[in-house]
Design a protein around this ligand. Structure first.
Ligand code: S3P
Length: 416
């Protein structure tokens, strides 16, 4: 039995977060069509409601009425790093006192990467870990070179820049996902992209946003689990429709192609500021690859899944330059290596990545560690063996992909 069928996976998490936040401070109404309503995005919805914005939930649509002055509030960001880091930047330039809290995992994640540049802009922020206390006020523009390839840090600085007294420049030596700079101009944000000595440069001028309509494409980071399953499970062929084909997001698809996977990309078409396509992956003979450098940010969220896929290839694979994995929802180098070893996979931890050898998956008891992407990767792994795989805390996949298990079972059953 393989995975077979056509599916539109849930909408993109990164773009949904941004559309909600921008709508919350824009003049007038913003309509978000096909939003992702997973737990992380719900944290953002609740946060902007507490700030005074109105968010109406209609069928497959959010209608947001923005506000120009924000209410002082305590905002629970739950498990969502994007909510906490982007809101910290957004709020720093608004009068009021805002406290941002998070769950146990989020409270351990580093926030200095956003508080440091924001303090350079003269933001008043207490704490370098959640809870953060932001006392909004007058901000100054800065010229900031990102020390880590991080879309969350880039976005926090750009959003603070909307409220600064002069221009803000962010220099990005390694390109990270670019949804913020694509979406802000749609809301009337004054953003321009340039290049200096091979370094990408984003300029933002102080701007008041205006409401607009945004249609969210399907999330390539969610589709990735089905592409992976289709590539490594015998007799499979899965089509995922309307997937965001932004090159900063589909590093994993490019990796599958490099490994020799059967990938078809059809109906490539624009959707607002993004490009979407239908992507079909079928059972493939894969060989190992080495991933490092600039390729890493474009598939950072898919590297746990890559570890599983690499174990089904005919030769070893290596991931380097991916120390960022250690500060995600879990230390994803440790959790991926530990849980995949428990299923019989020959994988070894390195300082900034891992080495995977061809292996056969066997049954066992594993843990999701409260990490949605680990849970989904393990659910795909379970399809590779006839033995029982027990996954403790599997329901955490709802953070980014509500009903993942149902979708997987539906595809798994189609040829029964
Ligand atoms: C995200 C950026 C990435 C990614 C996260 C979502 C975003 O984090 O891992 O899942 O929406 O900006 P970093 O920017 O910290 O790399």
């Amino acid at each position: 039995m393989g995975l077979n069928g056509t599916i539109r996976v849930p909408s993109d998490k990164s773009i949904t977060h941004r559309a909600i936040m921008f709508g919350a401070v824009a003049d007038g109404r913003t309509v978000v069509l096909k939003p992702l309503l997973g737990e992380d995005c719900r944290s953002t919805i609740e946060a902007v409601r507490r700030l005074g914005a109105t968010v109406e939930e209609l069928a497959d649509e959010l209608v947001i009425t923005g506000v120009r002055t924000l209410e002082a509030a305590t905002l629970d960001c739950g498990n969502s790093g994007t909510t906490m880091r982007l809101l910290t930047g957004l709020l720093a330039g608004y009068d009021g006192e805002f406290v941002l809290t998070g769950d146990a995992s989020l409270s351990k994640r580093p926030m200095r990467r956003v508080t440091a540049p924001l303090r350079q802009m003269k933001a008043k922020i207490d704490g370098d870990h959640a809870p953060l206390r932001v006392t909004g006020g007058r901000l100054h523009g800065i010229d900031y070179t990102l020390p880590v390839a991080s879309a969350q840090v880039k976005s926090a600085v750009l959003l603070a820049g909307l409220r600064a007294t002069e221009e803000t420049i962010v220099r990005e030596p390694m390109l990270s996902r670019d949804h913020t700079e694509r979406l802000l101009p749609l809301f009337g944000g004054n953003v321009t992209i340039g290049e200096e000595n091979g370094v990408r440069l984003i300029r933002v001028m102080p701007s008041q946003l205006t409401g607009t309509a945004v249609t969210i494409p399907a999330d390539p980071s969610s589709a990735a689990f089905l592409w992976a399953g289709a590539a490594i499970i015998a007799n499979s062929r899965v089509t995922t429709t309307d997937v965001c084909l932004n090159e900063t997001r589909i590093g994993f698809l490019r990796t599958l192609e490099k490994m020799g996977a059967n990938v078809e990309i059809d109906r490539v078409r624009p959707l607002g500021e993004e490009t979407v396509a239908d992507v079909t992956v079928s059972t493939s003979d894969l060989h190992g690859v080495e991933l490092s450098g600039a390729a890493i940010p474009h598939q950072i969220d898919e590297l746990p899944l890559f570890a599983l896929v690499a174990s089904q290839a005919s030769s070893p694979s290596v991931v380097r330059d991916a120390a960022e994995l250690r500060v995600k929802e879990t230390d994803r180098i440790v959790t991926v290596v530990t849980e995949l070893r428990a299923l019989g996979i020959d994988i070894h931890e390195t300082e900034d990545g891992f080495i995977v050898n061809p292996s056969q998956v066997r049954g066992g008891r594993v843990m999701a560690h409260g990490d949605h992407r680990l849970s989904m990767m393990l659910q795909v792994a379970a399809l590779l063996t006839e033995e029982t795989v027990e996954i403790e805390g599997m329901e955490v996949s709802d953070v980014s992909y509500p009903h993942f298990r149902d979708d997987l079972q539906r595809l798994d059953r189609e040829i029964e």
